[in-house]
Design a protein around this ligand. Structure first.
Ligand code: G4P
Length: 193
């Protein structure tokens, strides 16, 4: 997605060897016009898939997922990283290990929001090692629903996430793919949409 790649080049900051900071439009402050455009691209890519729900994980997946849901005219559900006192029954969970933070967290979705007839598009902000997407796929499969694809705003192609998700038999659609960081510059690979 050219608009996204241009924005990453304009406003993204490379931190250390492999982290891209995009807090001015995606992970902290949100540019809703860009998110709306992103949502439309995901919806176009999955328009034949009969998507009935969009699923993401808090926090930074919520903005692109909400606009994808708007464009597909379906509900958006975000998995919670912390147990909420109102989530009392029928909770579907998965363990998600973060290589970046070196912690395992339990993520959850109330089972009542997913059923076996659902066709789900997962949307997330970053694909790094793929652990968050893997956990969401496990939760959706516990509900007996089908995962039609994983839509990613920014994929770091030099990490293992795509392979992990494709090995689970799930299609990945990334709007920007970073092949590497070289001499403080970012090199894109061919994106999926
Ligand atoms: P994984 O799910 O692909 O395995 O990711 P990993 O454990 O490596 O990453 C943990 C967190 O760091 C995730 O967010 C992920 O989106 C984020 N992340 C990974 N690489 C980058 C990067 O290059 N830049 C930025 N800005 N974030 C990155 P999270 O902890 O779930 O955060 P949030 O969604 O609550 O903000």
């Amino acid at each position: 997605m050219q608009l996204l790649e241009e924005r990453i080049l304009k406003d993204g900051q490379i931190l250390g060897d492999n982290i891209l900071k995009v807090d001015s439009f995606l992970t902290h402050q949100v540019d809703y016009k860009l998110m709306k455009a992103i949502g439309k691209v995901f919806a176009e890519a999955y328009k034949e898939a009969g998507i009935t729900k969009v699923v993401t994980i808090e926090a930074s997946g919520i903005a692109p997922a909400a606009y994808a849901a708007e464009a597909l005219d379906v509900p958006m559900i975000f998995a919670k990283k912390h147990k909420n006192i109102t989530m009392t029954e029928g909770i579907l969970t998965a363990e998600v290990y973060s290589f970046t933070k070196q912690v395992t967290s339990t993520v959850s979705i109330a089972g009542k929001f997913l059923d076996k007839d659902d066709k789900v598009l997962i949307v997330d902000d970053f694909l790094a090692n793929g652990q968050a997407a893997k956990g969401l796929i496990e939760i959706i499969e516990q509900a007996g629903a089908a995962v039609e694809g994983v839509g990613i705003v920014i994929e770091k192609s030099f990490q293992d996430g795509r392979q992990l998700i494709e090995d689970m038999g799930v299609k990945v659609t990334s709007l920007a793919r970073i092949a590497k960081f070289e001499d403080g510059k970012l090199v894109f690979a061919q994106a999926d949409a």
